[in-house]
Design a protein. Structure first.
Length: 203
């Protein structure tokens, strides 16, 4: 699979979010490969973002398997960053760690396994930005379609995927853990890549 063409990119313009600057404003984004040294920090976000988070071994296995694993960072901007971000996770380089994703490549397709935005950076458009970067990578890699599962109760994520051209095509009963005695259905979604892929602007 081809690496991303632009390790430093500026995001697309979007409506202002509730938690601070949006893609397209402020310092450049850094979109780079996840490494083993990122796992501890990624786990901090994973545990804060999900009731049933991935464990370290899930990330380690993904890296060892060669899955497309990326982290999205942004340089701090003391003049504009919200005060609430003082508690937000930072990478070793001192940048805000906004989110990450992991996708498993296949023959003519790819499967999105994990896409997470740090809680303090939600509602700023980063999830949409990463989805478009995923589509660009998959199309460049020769994939014709993308797949994912999402919790049936995660209506905000489902709406985001639908707005980005994904379709709900099936249900996996009891796919996700919900409690000690219950499980939750997953909605299976597909994104065909035959249509024009929205751009991920370079600097």
């Amino acid at each position: 699979m081809k690496p991303a063409a632009h390790p430093v990119m500026r995001g697309f313009a979007s409506n202002a979010g509730d938690n601070g600057p949006t893609p397209g404003a402020g310092p450049p984004l850094h979109w780079r490969a996840m490494t083993a040294t990122d796992i501890d920090l990624v786990l901090t976000i994973e545990k804060a973002a999900h009731a049933h988070p991935w464990r370290a071994r899930h990330f380690e296995d993904s890296l060892q398997a060669g899955h497309w694993s990326r982290v999205l960072e942004r340089d701090p901007d003391s003049a504009h960053d919200p005060p609430s971000w003082v508690q937000a996770p930072r990478s070793i380089a001192g940048r805000w760690l906004l989110g990450y994703l992991i996708a498993m490549p296949g023959v003519g397709e790819a499967h999105l396994l994990n896409i997470t935005v740090a809680p303090l950076h939600r509602r700023c458009g980063w999830g949409r930005w990463m989805l478009r970067a995923l589509r660009a990578w998959a199309a460049d890699s020769g994939a014709q379609q993308l797949w994912l599962e999402v919790r049936a109760s995660n209506h905000s994520a489902r709406q985001l995927y639908l707005s980005e051209g994904w379709q709900e095509v099936g249900i996996r009963r009891g796919y996700y853990p919900d409690s000690a005695t219950r499980r939750e259905d997953a909605i299976v979604m597909r994104c065909a890549l035959g249509q024009r892929t929205p751009p991920v602007p370079a600097p």
